[in-house]
Design a protein around this ligand. Sequence first.
Ligand code: ATP
Length: 319
Amino acid sequence: RELVVSFGEMLIDFVPTVAGVSLAEAPAFLKAPGGAPANVAIAVSRLGGGAAFVGKLGDDEFGRMLAAILRDNGVDDGGVVFDAGARTALAFVTLRADGEREFMFYRNPSADMLLTADELNVELIKRAAVFHYGSISLIAEPCRTAHLRAMEIAKEAGALLSYDPNLREALWPSREEARTQILSIWDQADIVKVSEVELEFLTGIDSVEDDVVMKLWRPTMKLLLVTLGDQGCKYYARDFHGAVPSFKVQQVDTTGAGDAFVGALLQRIVKDPSSLQDEKKLVESIKFANACGAITTTKKGAIPSLPTEAEVLQLIEKA
Ligand code: ATP
């Protein structure tokens, strides 16, 4: 049993053909397939691991294109369903000259939000060694109920639960609601990964000191990670904690670095679950995940820049 099953949204990001412009200034947009949970599934598969995606797409050209991208990348799409009445989600995204990311979402509602618990591929979810998810699928019903049910099915079948909240403030009715809902499933996860921004959002404190991170620790957790961009990441387990630096690369576009990191780490954990208890093995796996995240920043877009295992090992050896 070596399957990572990733649950949630898959969508198309439209990104400006030129950098440093606002959405209104952009002369044209390129299609960039994405959605964090889908990126994670493809990251695992690109590294040679077994991966499946569970979610809903519109029964339209974009939806069928996304399902084909999963299959072309070796991801099992047996958990994908299509909604005849709603479109595949779109997001227009730009990195403005001031470094701020600007999002505009077309979800009114989009197909991903309409997945029902009855549509879940229960047999596929039961095969998961790791079941991974974010928080965007918690925002609206019926997907929220489907998400909670899928977590239950996976847990009952013995999977480890992995959670990357992937905060998108603009999608929530309020900051308070986002915080409450993101934390409502905090205690179920075995593995949790947050970024620096999410750590500050959830704790209200702008610091990555251990005592701040520990506010997010639960005794039920096996691993808590804080990713720090080019600084690598910090890790917290029951019996040990520490930090692992990343690798020096020429950064072009950070989209998907967090997803690549998560995919790589999950692939390693699935191959050797004992790395969750063994600090030496865990640090090796985190190093591998950092390298995978680093490589993903060297090319434009998330999915095209996800590396193979050979590329990751090459970066590690070179360092
Ligand atoms: P996302 O924007 O996808 O949500 P994130 O904020 O969750 O990303 P990051 O911290 O940006 O995640 O990146 C994840 C990991 O990738 C980092 O922990 C680090 O190991 C690696 N990484 C990211 N950016 C760089 C960089 N510029 N140089 C080297 N490594 C990087």
